[in-house]
Design a protein around this ligand. Sequence first.
Ligand SMILES: [Zn+2]
Length: 193
Amino acid sequence: MTSAKSVFSMPTPMKITGRSSTITNAFASAIIPVLHPTDDEIHASLRLLGMSVGGVWCSYCGGPHTEWDHLRPTIKNKRPTGYISEIKNLVPACGKCNQSKGNKNWREWMLSDARLSPKTRNIKRLDQKIANLAAYENQSGITNIDFEALLGSSIWSQHWKNWEAVLGQMENAQILADEIREELRRSFPSPET
Ligand SMILES: [Zn+2]
């Protein structure tokens, strides 16, 4: 006979600490400089990629583009890499490729067996797409900055102290939240054993 418990599942309560990786990512993302391109720079970038404003597609798979992706990741191992949000480091992409690539090296990812990578999706003319991206990457020196050297170590370390404090507060808040939930639970009758 099917047991009642085998067809039931209790929704898992959300954890305050369940958002720590989003917070960590935000602490890196929030400080990366953003340089908005001029029209001329957009035209020039598209030209280098063999595209034009009338014909833009995903640089990795050739599908419809929905966004621009950082060719070299701006965040790795929870810290800024030194690459920034500037058009020299951005290429048109589709959401599928952007999600699948994450902060991996673009060339290794394209040829990898990662889920939804161009190779696993059997994208045609992959060599040509890689050659175009390599040419784009080599054009005029993608900016790479040393955050700590530019800011000074006191501001830099304060920022990461803030990050630790926020995560620490989240952990403390989670401990109290667990206690509150248990205390509230005790005001209800215990289940039959
Ligand atoms: Zn794509």
